[in-house]
Design a protein around this ligand. Structure first.
Ligand SMILES: C[S@@+](CC[C@H](N)C(=O)[O-])C[C@H]1O[C@@H](n2cnc3c(N)ncnc32)[C@H](O)[C@@H]1O
Length: 440
């Protein structure tokens, strides 16, 4: 039984960190845009959510809401547009694979990977964690295609670690059982970001000192071992979870059988800033084969809420939904006037004022599309940050979303301060809030 905790009493600096007891399942794969499990728990208690209720996270990312609900025996739905985080949340909430099968399949994969690494001159010692029986090596060394190389940020991983990772991936594809394969591929995604690659997040992804080499099998073993322990010690009764790949601006289209049965939303959509959400996960997306060309990358960007200048397209029309909102028009005008005054003329800067309109227009579509799924008295929590990325113009995200939601007949209950964050450019503390709504 968890002890009820007021998250707002936690120090600002540690508020977004995962607590020690919260690692199981959540740590299988995390990303910088995620919120911590205790934030979800706070709203589960605040709203009085119990088994029997249905929770939805329409921007579920790595599935923090869904994993936490599952642990507490609460049924949940998740929707996510980015294929790699969709994959992560799906795998993190599938606790069906028997640990014994994962163990057996793991040995096959390691044996085959070890033999293949030997064959291609990249030997690693595996005697500590598998019988030194030899698996069948791959016939040919796998490489990325020309199209994949175009979308892989070259400075995120050095050639030798990349070769090791591709060999391990191919051995997973060939040697793992169907049930265990997804677990291993998720461990590989984790390994690529946290071990083989040279990337860091601050909060935008950037490359660090290149690694000449990075052995992969030992790290892989540790990750899979942790997954097996989590599967072994899962709660006897867990909530059901359904995770779907799709666009939250059309959320109800993806859950046709869930008319009016969602009782609660706990979520965090993207924020209107210059963060390219697809770059944060690009390395593992390319390696897992989930983005394999420029065209594939564009298709993904088109499904995302417009929130930065790298995902605005000529045919976009989300802004049409918020034409009558003075607050949005005022901010867009201020941004454009500052750009002209500062003589900023790059193509990206010229898009800044449009991003704001398309962002809020997309959120309008989302709130509108959500309505048919909601129980009459549903309560909703949206974690959103104010922003100052566009020529330091203050965007009070929660306040504007509240205005939009009200226009669509939601009741605004409160805007609760979650934490403050230092804006890198301005050194000003800006708010990250939780907008609480009620369906009516
Ligand atoms: C702030 S993150 C959510 C993180 C999540 N709470 C977690 O703990 O991992 C926002 C997510 O919204 C996703 N997203 C952006 N546009 C979307 C859309 N139109 N439909 C569904 N998901 C979208 C992004 O890919 C990203 O994973």
């Amino acid at each position: 039984m968890f002890i009820m905790q007021n998250i707002l009493e936690i120090e600002n600096s540690v508020r977004n960190q995962t607590q020690t007891g919260d690692k199981s399942f959540h740590s299988w794969y995390k990303f910088v845009l995620g919120y911590p499990p205790h934030l979800v728990r706070h709203y589960i208690y605040k709203f009085g959510i119990t088994p029997g209720h249905f929770v939805l996270d329409p921007f579920c990312g790595t599935g923090t809401t869904n994993v936490e609900c599952k642990k507490l025996n609460i049924h949940s739905l998740g929707l996510e547009a980015n294929p790699v985080v969709y994959f992560a949340s799906r795998v993190k909430t599938n606790w069906q694979t028997p640990p014994s099968e994962v163990r057996l399949s793991f040995k096959e994969v390691i044996s085959s990977a070890s033999a293949s690494l030997d064959k291609f001159g990249l030997s690693e010692d595996v005697s500590l964690f598998v019988q030194p029986h030899r698996g069948t090596p791959l016939a040919v060394e796998p490489v990325l295609t020309e199209d994949q190389l175009v979308v892989l940020p070259k400075d995120f991983i050095s050639p030798k670690p990349l070769r090791r990772v591709l060999i391990l991936k191919e051995c997973i594809e060939q040697a793992a059982t169907e049930q265990a394969r997804d677990l291993f591929l998720l461990a590989l995604a984790n390994l690529v970001v946290n071990h083989a690659g040279n990337v860091a997040f601050g909060p935008e992804v950037y490359s660090t000192k290149p690694k000449k080499d990075a052995y992969v099998l030992d790290f892989f073993y540790q990750l899979v071992d942790r997954m097996i322990c989590d599967l072994d010690s899962q709660p006897t009764i867990a909530g059901r979870t359904e995770i779907v790949h799709g666009d939250a601006r059309r959320v109800s289209d993806f859950f046709p059988s869930h008319h009016a049965d969602v009782n609660f939303i706990i979520t965090s959509p993207p924020y209107p800033n210059e963060k390219d959400y697809t770059r944060t996960t690009r390395l593992e997306s390319v390696i897992l084969g989930l983005i394999s060309s420029k065209k594939g990358l564009r298709t993904l960007k088109e499904q995302l809420l417009r929130s930065n200048s790298r995902n605005i397209f000529v045919a976009d029309n989300d802004q049409d939904n918020v034409k009558s909102f003075d607050s949005i028009n005022r901010i867009a005008r201020e941004i454009e006037e500052k750009r002209i005054h500062l003589k900023k003329t790059s193509g990206f800067e010229k898009l800044y004022h449009k991003i704001v309109k398309h962002y809020f227009g997309g959120m309008y579509r989302h709130f509108e599309s959500l309505k048919p799924m909601l129980d009459l008295d549903a309560r909703l929590a949206y974690v959103v940050g104010d922003q100052m990325s566009f020529f330091r113009t203050h965007i009070p995200t929660a306040k504007i979303l509240a205005e939009i939601a009200e226009s669509l007949s939601y009741k605004v209950e409160e805007i609760e301060l979650w934490r403050t964050r230092l804006a890198t450019a301005t050194k000003i503390q800006i708010e990250e809030n939780v907008l609480i709504l009620r369906n009516k």
